[in-house]
Ligand binder design. Structure first.
Ligand SMILES: Nc1ncnc2c1ncn2[C@@H]1O[C@H](COP(=O)(O)OP(=O)(O)OP(=O)(O)O)[C@@H](O)[C@H]1O
Length: 474
């Protein structure tokens, strides 16, 4: 791409200045004007054919008013254009969803391509350092297709040869500001191709009520809230361990309770048990009746409950060895989910060293061996530093809610998560806007997903307890 052109070297060797010792007078070949015009016309023709090839519907539609004008006069042309505009507006008013899906978002994508991305592409790429300006020529990444969803622009890009994903993730701020978006997320589509996501609005900035109780008792992925694209978000809890980290008031409670809520019918059916460790005595105590004897608040009780879970785990492992390799929940061997609110109270902040060691050892054993035999850990944490939570890497699935510092994002979600757009440190601290909003990074999926957990109020928890009692009785 940056190959030397004929003449580049000669320009460095010779001089055309009259006073120097050796003067070369480069031969000037005059191109006949007709040749220049022919080349220009050929390029224009090829450009028009390519335009028609790429946009076989849009080009004829854009040309139609002109054709009507020529064939029938301007009145007909104006009438047809007005009819199309009025029909489109009526369609949008009567059935907005189908209008957006079939036409509105396509028109918007075209407009955003022309007005935002193509117009600013060259300066943004050069200034951000993703493009190069060499000897008067621009070498730019290629802007591909722009599609619009209800909340974001999705832009495909072909990188310059030799560029890496990191070159782009390091410059997401430049790119976002360059195109007037609040943020930019970068993911790989395939070798050499990227997908940039520019949110246009934040669909998660309004709280959402608790998800309706599931009707079927299953331990499959539980619906806990909504993704940015408006789809329900389902989190897998069986066969994994989940760490939820967030500053105080970030809404960890809504994640814990949404998960418990999703498991409620399975709990009533005996296919799942939630064992609650509530050292702060605030969060889980409200629904204590759901946990029966499997509720612990003091550090001693928490240690005992964790060790009891380790025993169950080891007994199951001995029984399953050579017979089955994965756990299927049954009434005899239900899925056990240990929910630990503010796990650091039991580990880093626990003054009794012996107790701290017992709890840390039990948690480490459960998180390394528990998932295959149907024992999972769901832990909430405020401070994700290693000295506070030295076993955080044993949790395959991680969720970062609002965090105080940008460095904490990678501590929770793993290296490179913030560069890939997990801006957990920028989540609003206003509860109605940011509480419960978080980035989920699942095992085996490097791209963080932004999700808001539904808000499970005290009244919802009371209703859950009542529903649980009646489901059990039924
Ligand atoms: N999903 C949500 N949607 C809207 N508001 C929420 C949501 N979750 C929590 N809130 C609000 O945010 C406030 C803080 O929530 P919560 O107590 O769950 O945070 P936390 O992370 O558990 O805090 P702490 O660690 O201090 O216990 C609550 O008063 C609640 O009203």
């Amino acid at each position: 791409m940056f190959r030397k052109l004929p003449g580049d070297e000669t320009r460095n060797l010779v001089s055309t200045t009259p006073d120097t010792a050796v003067v070369f007078r480069p031969a000037v070949v005059r191109t006949p004007a007709i040749l220049t015009i022919l080349i220009f016309l050929a390029r224009l023709f090829i450009g028009l054919v390519r335009l028609l090839w790429r946009h076989p519907v849009a080009v004829p539609v854009a040309l139609a008013p002109g054709a009507l004008w020529l064939a029938y006069g301007w009145r007909w042309s104006l009438a047809v254009v007005a009819l199309v505009v009025v029909s489109g507006a009526a369609w949008a008013l009567v059935h907005r969803a189908s209008f957006s899906r079939l036409l509105g978002l396509r028109l918007l994508a075209w407009w955003r391509l022309v007005w935002v991305y193509r117009r600013h592409w060259q300066p943004v790429m050069i200034v951000s350092g993703l493009g190069r300006h060499i000897r008067g020529r621009d070498y730019l990444p290629r802007l591909g297709k722009v599609t619009c969803t209800s909340w974001a622009d999705v832009v495909s890009v072909k990188m310059l040869n030799g560029q890496s994903l990191k070159d782009w993730t390091d410059r997401t701020d430049h790119i976002a500001h360059g195109f007037g978006a609040p943020s930019c997320r970068v993911s790989t589509a395939r070798a050499g191709r990227l997908v940039l996501t520019f949110p246009r609005r934040d669909p998660l900035d309004v709280p959402m009520p608790a998800v309706p109780l599931p009707t079927v008792g299953e331990v499959g992925p539980v619906e806990i809230g909504t993704c940015e694209d408006g789809r329900p978000y389902r989190l897998k809890v069986h066969g994994t361990h989940v760490l939820v980290a967030g500053a105080t008031g970030s809404g960890k409670g809504s994640w814990l309770w949404s998960i418990i809520r999703g498991l409620l019918p399975a709990m009533a059916a005996g296919l799942a048990e939630v064992w609650a460790l509530d050292p702060k005595l605030m969060e889980l105590s409200y629904g204590r009746d759901l946990f029966g004897p499997c509720y612990a608040a003091t550090p001693e009780d928490c240690a005992e409950l964790l060790e009891a879970a380790v025993k169950v785990m080891q007994e199951r492992a001995a029984r399953f060895a050579g017979v089955q390799r994965s756990h299927v929940p049954t009434v005899d061997d239900p899925f056990i989910l240990l929910v630990v609110d503010e796990v650091a109270f039991l580990t880093a902040y626990q003054p009794d060293k012996h107790l701290r060691q017992r709890i840390t050892a039990a948690l480490a054993t459960l998180t390394t061996q528990g998932r295959a035999v149907g024992v999972g850990v769901l832990a909430a944490l405020q401070d994700p530093r290693k000295e506070v939570m030295n076993i955080r890497n044993l949790f395959p699935d991680k969720i970062a809610l609002r965090l105080d510092e940008s460095e904490q994002v990678d501590m929770v979600l793993g290296d490179g998560a913030r560069d890939r757009g997990a801006h957990a440190d920028l989540i609003s601290s206003r509860p109605e806007q940011g509480a419960g909003v978080g980035y989920v990074r699942l095992e085996g999926s490097p791209d963080p997903v932004r999700v808001r957990a539904a808000f499970v109020s005290d009244a919802d928890i009371r209703a859950m307890v009542a529903a649980y009692v009646s489901m059990e009785a039924a």
